[in-house]
Design a protein around this ligand. Structure first.
Ligand SMILES: [Zn+2]
Length: 237
């Protein structure tokens, strides 16, 4: 208990010394983040449907795992800016704020039956240049807080691929075909695995990861991202 008190005290001190700022406009936050009320107005959350389903469960509903990919919000406006600032401009505090947002907002039903959480891996070369895997950094707090197994080494990138952002939807599929595998020695047979990433655009990367896990014998494979591109938009990833 004393440890918890100390942690809370340190958190309060941190908030006092470094008040959180909106990840979009930089204004000091009057309430919990990661966006101020004005910027939050521009955020399209995608959790409402899941909330409604959780309140009125229908037995015939297909299981979340193996269903369509889920995302916390649309990839636009403040969310797109915050993800890009974290990923490409190394705004690490912003990444931590996004991770806390995920840990708070992802509906428990979305993690139902999940055994392990596996971030989409970066090629070692990209990991070296960026310094961190954004998918792992964003989802580790959520995974730990909900008591799930975090498996950042489960998937492996078998070859270097071009950045998806530079390619058309058709080219994206070819670019990542066969690019992912399950790391030798990792056991996924019969497990339910949730693949996590920062942004889902065409879903080509997630589909390749899912195929690799299914090939290795995973029972169910779900996909969850911070944000998903709006219909017709392909300027993500
Ligand atoms: Zn703002």
């Amino acid at each position: 208990m004393r440890f918890a008190v100390l942690v809370n005290l340190l958190a309060a001190l941190r908030d006092f010394a470094f008040p959180e700022a909106c990840l979009c406009c930089g204004r000091r936050l009057p309430d919990r983040g990661p966006f101020c009320p004005a910027c939050h107005e521009e955020v399209t959350l995608l959790t409402a449907e899941a909330d409604a389903a959780a309140k009125n469960p229908r037995p015939a509903e297909p299981a979340f795992l193996d269903g369509p990919p889920k995302a916390l919000a649309l990839y636009q406006g403040p969310v797109a800016q915050a993800v890009r600032d974290f990923k490409y401009r190394r705004q690490l505090a912003g990444g931590a704020a996004l991770a806390r947002w995920l840990a708070r907002e992802i509906p428990p039903a979305w993690l139902d039956r999940v055994d392990m959480v596996a971030p989409v891996p970066l090629h070692p070369r990209r990991l070296l240049s960026r310094g961190f895997n954004q998918a792992a950094a964003l989802f580790e707090p959520l995974t730990r807080e909900r008591g799930l197994v975090f498996a950042p080494r489960l998937l492996v990138r078998l070859r270097h691929t071009k950045p998806q952002v530079s390619l058309s939807p058709q080219e994206r599929r070819g670019n990542v075909a066969g690019a992912f595998g399950v790391r030798p020695g990792q056991r996924v047979a019969g497990k339910n695995v949730l693949i996590v990433d920062d942004v889902l655009t065409t879903g080509a990367t997630a589909a390749e990861c899912r195929a690799a896990l299914k090939l290795a014998g995973a029972a169910g494979v779900g996909v969850l991202t911070v944000a998903r591109a709006a219909e017709g938009a392909a300027q993500a990833n």
